[in-house]
Design a binder for this molecule. Sequence first.
Ligand code: PAN
Ligand code: ZN
Length: 186
Amino acid sequence: MDPLLLRVQADPAAALGPQTRRHPRRASDLRGIFQDAGALEALIRDGNPVIYETFEAPVPASEGHLMFGMTVLYPGRVGDEYFMTKGHYHERRLTAEVYLGIRGRGCLVVQTEDGRSRMLPMEPGGVVYVAPGWAHRSVNTGAEPFIFFFTFPADAGHDYAAVARSGFDLLVVHRTGAPAVVERSR
Ligand code: PAN
Ligand code: ZN
């Protein structure tokens, strides 16, 4: 393919051009990830909103390419947990990823298969390096859409099943008017 020149801005569809691939995730796509299943079902009945959408550049998912794009994660909560992405390991575990905050506020929750976990706050201009082997999930802790840029080896693949089995140990919840990180009770 030819080189691309794009502008990173707050409107991902415009920034990534007409070939952008958009993947919306609605509340009904996120069953099993929030602690309060009843609150999620209520949200599904109440219009099943888009919780986040990912915009990917038209890059082939093959060796040598870097996939890149932007995610728009809308503000809101399910019970006391902030809206968040499903989260995944890369199928090829030894592939990394870079996130760059563009707009809004949030964080990345990361975890390894041997049980280490961290919360990394993200704001516009902040860069997170997700090292190989760390599962990652983003969380919108603010009141406006949280938009970030990402790039990773295009053939990394996404393993959602491993995260669905184990969950993340850290939860980002709304407590007395502010975000707080708590350990999930088992
Ligand atoms: C990101 C994520 C994106 C959506 O592009 O895929 O934010 O999150 P989920 O894939 O967990 O639904 C990324 O990390 N790609 O590898
Ligand atoms: Zn990833």
